[in-house]
Design a protein around this ligand. Structure first.
Ligand SMILES: Cc1ncc(COP(=O)(O)O)c(C=O)c1O
Length: 391
């Protein structure tokens, strides 16, 4: 085997894409409700992306961060516009964005004279990435086994447990630098924060001078029908991290931060060779500009409504198998009655040429390209119903 054995892959590969469809070498057509796990927001072969690439390849693909890169400024302005953030750092992935944010908050507390404040709080069922820091704050023990020692001074608390958070901070608030959270837990099962938890997080962060870092790697840039998902919940984010959908397929990540925090990074404190190179910034800029069009986000919201209505109908027909629907926009989870049935659904749907993805213990997750239309989703409803009838 020429590749390291890190993925349990499905035995299929794709050589062409068009809109929301992927095609095998033999021209077998698959409906994609995964988007490369939230990456291909504009689907495949989108003229905006093709055009951006054509423009980018006429210029240097890569220029060192030793020099000015105007494409970074353009993209940063688009991301920061109408947001509470003032500055951006570009990197190559979600885990790198979180790793950078971990460094940023520790540096910020240190230069603010809060040398005791270096603990990072995060939550059970969270996923923040695979590098040492982001892995440490990820709330899933099974993927950490064998990698100790991880980074120090972190604490994982229960998701949606305001009392535990308050109690912990009453004792240790003076040692906490930041809270990291996903606005909707993506890998953990499409788990939304409850209203009391949101209120508590906002309150304790301002009470204890804690930086709130919202990991928008999966939820960001239109996926939930708003630019950022924290807007749905009124979370007072100080820093956010982005990746996945902002690039439409090119590897890019970003940290957005309020000015007082962002200025903790000075020349030499953080950096990357590839991060924010002209090629990825040009493409990401075109993708983000398109997504942030009012009518584009409206399409995401309308399509989401239609999906929730359809799930509701199926839930009434199959109440013992489909237990709950959750999510926002086009980040949707259907809670299935068992892990076995969830896995069966993913596999049977694949046999019918529809790509879906598991999440958490027993959630079927849908992350379609944001351009998907109701008539394309109709293929999924029909297939899902047929499989449910057999179960
Ligand atoms: C919320 C969240 N944060 C971080 C990551 C890690 O991103 P990447 O795989 O680009 O390193 C992911 C990936 O699934 C994610 O969903």
């Amino acid at each position: 085997m020429p590749l390291m054995n890190t993925y349990a892959r499905f035995p299929v590969s794709f050589s062409k894409g068009e809109g929301v469809y992927l095609f095998t070498e033999n021209n077998k057509k698959y409906l994609d409700l995964v988007s490369g796990i939230g990456v291909n927001s504009l689907g495949y072969n989108h003229p905006i992306i093709i055009n951006a690439f054509q423009n980018a390849i006429k210029k240097p693909l890569h220029v060192s961060n030793l020099y000015e890169i105007p494409q970074q400024n353009e993209l940063a302005k688009t991301l920061l516009k109408d947001s509470p953030f003032h500055q951006t750092f570009f990197c190559n992935s979600g885990t790198e964005a979180n790793e950078g944010a971990l460094k940023l908050v520790r540096k910020f507390q240190e230069i603010s004279g809060n040398t005791q404040k270096n603990t990072i709080i995060s939550f059970n069922h969270s996923f923040h990435g695979r590098t040492m820091g982001s892995l440490t704050i990820t709330g899933k023990e099974s993927i950490k086994t064998g990698f100790t020692p991880l980074i120090g001074n972190t604490k994982i608390l229960e998701w949606n447990d305001s009392e535990e958070l308050k109690n912990y901070l009453e004792k240790y608030g003076h040692t906490v630098a930041a809270i990291f959270m996903e606005p909707i837990q993506g890998e953990g099962g499409i788990n939304l924060p409850n209203a009391d938890f949101i209120k508590t997080i906002n309150t304790v962060c301002s009470q204890h001078n804690i930086v709130l870092v919202v990991d928008e790697v999966q939820t960001g840039l239109g996926r939930t029908g708003k630019k950022f998902a924290f807007e749905h919940f009124g979370l007072n984010a100080d820093v956010i991290t982005l990746a996945k959908g902002m690039g439409g397929g090119v590897p890019i990540g970003a940290i957005l931060a309020k000015e007082n925090i962002a200025k903790a990074f000075t020349p030499g404190t953080h950096g990357t060779t590839f991060g924010g190179n002209p090629l990825v910034c040009t493409v990401a800029h075109s993708v983000c500009t398109e997504i942030l069009e009012k009518k584009f986000l409206k399409h995401v919201q309308d399509t989401s409504e239609n999906i929730f209505e359809n799930i509701e109908i199926l839930m009434q027909e199959f109440p013992t198998i489909l237990l709950q629907q959750k999510g926002r926009g086009l980040m949707i989870g259907i809670e299935i009655n068992s892990a076995e049935n969830r896995n069966l659904l993913v596999n049977e749907l694949l046999k019918k040429h529809i790509l879906t993805v598991a999440s958490g213990e027993k959630t079927l997750r849908l992350l379609p390209p944001l351009i998907i239309q109701n008539h394309e989703l109709a293929i999924f409803w029909k297939a899902l119903k047929e499989i449910l009838q057999k179960i």
